[in-house]
Design a protein around this ligand. Structure first.
Ligand SMILES: Cc1cc2nc3c(=O)[nH]c(=O)nc-3n(C[C@H](O)[C@H](O)[C@H](O)COP(=O)(O)OP(=O)(O)OC[C@H]3O[C@@H](n4cnc5c(N)ncnc54)[C@H](O)[C@@H]3O)c2cc1C
Ligand code: SF4
Length: 490
């Protein structure tokens, strides 16, 4: 079986033998599956979500959000304060992401364990960038929402830049977060999984890993659940179910963890959306959604209160409605202004650490509270977005507090006492929970267990303050080399 198969229709239990079982097929999992298969290992990759194909991507929110996202798009922290968007299906979160590609800053990697500094990741970054065709976004493709941010940054004399991406053949439909209908994304689904398959990997979708099988301190396989059958894979294991999925599976598998470190150290890189109302149409849904960044307020100094990455954050209508504050008639009026609205998002390089726990029904319980320093930094970021909006020419600016705040001029001293849900926060970049140096050793092996590696966003010992996919692909490529070294070439 060298193909991608769905386990949905499997009627009887199945046991597969392999050299490596990879759990999860997102950025990390697809990279490990491909690299290990190309090196000659017999690989089985399990994916809890469905097989996804280009022709399925209708770009309709009502169809795509339940299909592509974990918990049908409703995943959140247990207090509801942070909505967490993550992918579920072949290709994981790379299927509906916005394709921004940025290396982790040297200042951040300098604090990571030995072996994970910029010089160690560099060859992997370079290889990933080549393979996924990463390049700067052409300036002619900057849409009005992004152009407004660019003009404001230039007017204020702040730091900003055009971003890089991994698109090829993009026609600018603008709805990247719902999957690409023209196959314009050079992602795990399009590039890595087919290559893994060509190299002989067996890829099984609709098959949820429920336990890692341990014997005498060694991982010997995975027990997974399809709709009507159990799938058992007998093999060493690499976890790549994402910062939430991998910790959940580790907890459900009762790994030895005397110091209760598994599931801790969750960074969400939470974002808050600030909306600006303009006299002319912005029509932010047209074209590439994000192409320009403002880094003026992104310091990697741990003491700094300026720790936000600012990017335009235009969303499709339901997404925009969920980001805009207020209820009833006032909310309806805001949505009437949708075409004349620009949105800038301040994403916090967070120091706060949350946790993932396993609930009795197998779902993750995610706890996360912003500490006081992060609360200050978030407010600082909102204030910066407000200044940018007015510099871009906004007539009014709307801040998503529980009691929405509308400004018609920049406020020099924005005051707000943070509470959960006030302001509304969304996270698309969860990191941590099985971190290097904490749960994993320097070779990304889970401490105390042999033949068990981690290769996804859960490895990160800190937030990286920016888009993480490139670093996850690069880290997974490095982990794959270590796995191949250990398990040997066939
Ligand atoms: C809306 C959105 C926009 C984004 N935009 C960008 C961007 O522009 N640039 C960027 O760098 N990053 C972006 N990201 C984030 C980026 O896509 C992720 O950080 C990255 O894909 C995470 O890689 P991963 O391997 O850790 O997990 P994922 O890619 O999420 O893959 C994990 C996979 O494991 C599967 N899985 C989990 N548990 C199990 C189990 N028990 N059994 C079987 N399978 C399991 C999941 O279904 C999923 O398919 C965005 C994310 C979102 C949601
Ligand atoms: S903007 Fe481009 S990459 Fe994104 S979904 Fe549309 S065509 Fe695909």
């Amino acid at each position: 079986m060298t193909e991608i198969v769905s386990a949905r229709d499997l009627k009887s239990d199945l046991t597969l033998e392999a050299d490596l079982c990879v759990v999860g097929t997102g950025a990390g999992g697809a990279m490990v599956a491909r690299q290990a298969a190309v090196a000659g290992l017999r690989v089985v990759a399990l994916e809890e979500g469905p097989t996804l194909r280009t022709e399925m991507f209708t770009q309709r929110e009502d169809e795509m959000i339940p299909l592509l996202f974990q918990e049908a798009g409703a995943r959140a922290t247990i207090d509801g304060a942070v909505t967490i968007l993550q992918g579920r299906g072949l290709g994981g979160s790379t299927v509906h992401n916005t394709n921004l590609c940025k290396r982790a800053p040297d200042d951040v990697l300098a604090r990571w364990p030995d072996g994970w500094r910029t010089r160690d990741l560099l060859p992997h970054y370079e290889a990933v960038e080549r393979e996924l065709n990463v390049k700067p976004i052409e300036t002619r493709r900057i849409n009005r929402n992004n152009a407004l941010l660019k003009s404001a940054v230039e007017k204020l004399g702040w730091r900003g830049a055009v971003l890089s991406h991994n698109r090829e053949g993009c026609v600018g439909s603008g709805f990247c977060e719902l999957g690409c209908p023209v196959d314009g994304k050079q992602n795990a689904l399009k590039v890595l999984l087919p290559a893994a398959q060509r190299a002989g990997a067996r890829i099984v979708s609709d098959c949820r890993a429920e336990a890692i099988l341990l014997e005498g301190g060694r991982a010997v396989g995975v027990r997974a659940r399809a709709t009507h059958a159990t799938v058992t894979v007998q093999a060493p294991v690499c976890l790549a179910g994402s910062a939430i999925g991998s910790a959940l599976l580790a907890l459900r598998s009762h790994f030895p963890d005397e110091k209760n470190q598994i599931g801790r150290g969750l960074h969400l890189h939470p974002g808050v959306a600030v909306a600006g109302l303009f006299d002319d149409p912005v029509e932010g849904w047209i074209g590439i959604p994000q192409s320009y960044e403002c880094t003026e307020h992104l310091s990697f100094d741990e003491e700094s209160d300026a720790r936000v990455w600012i990017v335009p954050g235009f969303a499709h209508p339901a997404g925009a409605a969920s980001l805009l504050p207020g209820f009833g008639a006032a909310h309806k009026q805001r949505m009437r202004d949708y075409s004349k609205m620009a949105i800038f998002v301040a994403m916090l390089h967070d120091q706060s650490e949350g946790t993932v726990e396993a609930s009795s029904d197998g779902r993750p319980l995610i706890r996360y509270e912003l500490n006081s320093s992060d609360q200050r930094a978030l407010l600082h970021g909102m204030q910066a977005c407000t200044r940018l909006m007015f510099a871009a020419g906004a007539r009014r600016v709307l801040l998503p507090f529980a009691t929405p705040l509308e400004l018609d001029a920049p406020s020099e001293n924005l005051q707000h006492h943070y509470r959960p849900l006030d302001p509304l926060l969304t996270a698309v970049h969860p990191m941590g929970t099985m971190a290097l140096g904490r749960v994993c050793d320097g070779e990304a092996r889970v401490r105390g267990i042999t033949h068990l590696w981690v290769a996804d966003g859960s490895l990160f010992p800190s937030s990286i303050g920016g888009p993480p996919q490139l670093t996850i692909y690069a880290a997974a490529r490095k982990v794959a080399a270590q796995i191949v070294d250990t398990l040997g070439h066939r």
